[in-house]
Write a protein that binds this ligand. Structure first.
Ligand SMILES: *Cc1c(COP(=O)(O)O)cnc(C)c1O
Length: 488
């Protein structure tokens, strides 16, 4: 059934290397799919990006128009997962990108805002109403496929403040060979986010509400992973935002949105937290997608804007990270940023290792200002950045609603705000990252009325909850996991 497995790898197999090393690691897509960090602490990147020339772009445009999003996804995924048979990839993407899961057979439709230069790529029509579904739905398929290939199983252990955990559970529920335990900070997610996770009633999905904040949850996950014996015994794994397959899945919608816009050359505006979404835009641009600018929008937690404005990258401490009305961007440290910096430094592994492995640990920041590499961030890589605030978010939501009857969520509003301020010539596609219904309170503050709740989410808030309270204690968590995983 499998044409390529370990030992039968074709010469043109794409290999993955760590951002921190110079020697090729020799890892293939299937070898890095289920793993997190590279052994040296870096993140995996393909040795080089595949390129899509004009003929390929034309072919892909037709493919999308005539055969749909899933076929385009299979094509692009095939350039990165070269050892999987194309037929298998088509089955996986067909199963991931369905009209049922995304409520629209176009999967990620694109609309122009009136006669303006703004387009909105709707990436949040999936099961959990956030763009994370675009990647997670495919991850669910890929994980199941790879686990079957290896005849093994996986217990995904994660911590979430909302959107990621929910998207992961909805993508992995019902999959053979996968169990999911997700830690959440008790009482700290929005009612909608809690309902989305806790309404899942499946013995292979465990929601654990920890007495603490999101960082406590993350620390618990780390503590479990540090216990190598426990980790190996129970096949503990992750689906975090550094997973390369998630990035690849996101590359697809940049191409699809470009084709759907019907424009010759576009810029993208992207609300950014962990640098996952916009990294996919960078990869698409490096592959040859005609992207003029990548407009990076942060909220008040503007670590990334600070880097693109000054050349200094200074991750904040958790207690310096403020709670905002675009909460999915409230990050202190952008976990995918190292991949972009590796490209910026022409894949100088030792320097990346120095910056992320030593400088950050020792000094708490690094400074690339005045270097040729930093100058390239704007010129060669097309980045522009900006920051939004609660007030600008409300203003954008209110104005778009009143003037155009277009309703956007607070994160998407951040990107619209920064895009308008950047005032770039030519069309700008804003990536919509969540539906307004998820953030009802802010929408009501901006427009005076609550957002519409899509049909499929009616009744969600009153559905029975399946959640187990846990103290903030790694030993208690391990004992709980031990019981849960040995019970089945
Ligand atoms: C995760 C998320 C973001 C940030 O995306 P990154 O890939 O982390 O940059 C923005 N908006 C919403 C709604 C999200 O869920």
């Amino acid at each position: 059934m499998y044409t390529a497995g370990p030992g039968v790898i074709a010469l043109d197999t794409v290999r993955y290397v760590s951002t921190r090393s110079t020697a090729p690691s020799g890892a293939t897509f299937s070898e890095i799919l289920l793993s997190g960090l590279a052994p040296d602490g870096g993140l995996y990147l393909p040795e080089r990006y595949p390129s899509a020339d004009q003929a390929t772009l034309d072919r892909w445009r037709d493919l999308l128009a005539n055969h749909g999003y899933a076929r385009l996804a299979a094509e692009i995924l095939g350039l990165f997962a070269t050892e999987y048979p194309p037929e298998a990839l088509r089955q996986l993407t067909d199963a991931a990108y369905t009209a049922e899961a995304f409520g629209d057979r176009r999967i990620a439709p694109v609309d122009r805002v009136g006669d303006t230069n703004l387009w909105i790529a709707h990436l949040s029509n999936g099961p959990t109403a956030a763009f994370k579904d675009m990647a997670m739905q495919l991850i669910g398929q890929l994980f199941e496929y790879e686990l079957e290939r290896r005849d093994t199983w996986l217990a995904v252990l994660g911590a979430t403040s909302g959107d990621t955990g929910s998207a992961a559970e909805h993508a992995l529920v019902g999959r053979e060979r996968v169990k999911v335990a997700m830690l959440t900070p008790r009482g700290r997610m929005t009612p909608f986010q809690q309902a989305q996770m806790f309404s899942i009633d499946d013995p292979a999905i465990a929601n654990l509400a920890v007495e603490g904040v999101f960082d406590d949850c993350q620390d618990l996950v780390k503590a479990v992973n540090l216990d190598a014996d426990f980790k190996a015994k129970w096949h503990i794994g992750a689906v975090n935002s550094i997973n390369w397959a998630r990035v690849v899945a996101q590359v697809v919608y940049y191409f699809a949105a470009y084709f759907a816009s019907g424009q010759e050359r576009v810029s993208f505006a992207v609300p950014t937290g962990n640098f996952g979404n916009i990294l996919a835009g960078h990869v698409a641009r490096e592959m040859g997608l005609p992207v003029d600018r990548l407009i990076l929008a942060t909220n008040e937690n503007n670590v990334l804007h600070e880097f693109f404005a000054t050349g200094v990258y200074r991750p904040r401490r958790a207690d310096q990270t403020v709670e905002t009305s675009s909460p999915s961007m409230d990050i202190s440290k952008a976990s995918n940023f190292e991949r972009f910096v590796a490209d910026l430094l022409d894949r100088d592994g030792p320097q990346v290792a120095h910056l992320f492995g030593q400088a950050l640990v020792r000094d708490g920041y690094f400074d690339l200002s005045g270097t040729a590499a930093f100058a390239a961030a704007n010129d060669r890589f097309g980045f522009i950045s900006g920051t939004s605030t609660h007030a600008s978010r409300l203003a954008v939501i209110g104005e778009l609603w009143r003037a155009r009857q277009v309703l956007v969520d607070p994160h998407t509003a951040d990107a619209v705000h920064v895009a308008l301020a950047a005032d770039v010539p030519g069309p700008v596609i804003v990536t919509e990252t969540a539906l307004p219904a998820k953030f009802a309170q802010t929408i009501e503050e901006a427009t005076g009325s609550p957002p519409p709740v899509p049909e499929r989410f009616r009744g969600l808030l009153s559905a029975p909850r399946h959640v187990t309270p846990l103290p903030n204690d790694a030993e208690v968590l391990k004992a709980w996991l031990n019981d849960w995983l040995s019970a089945s």
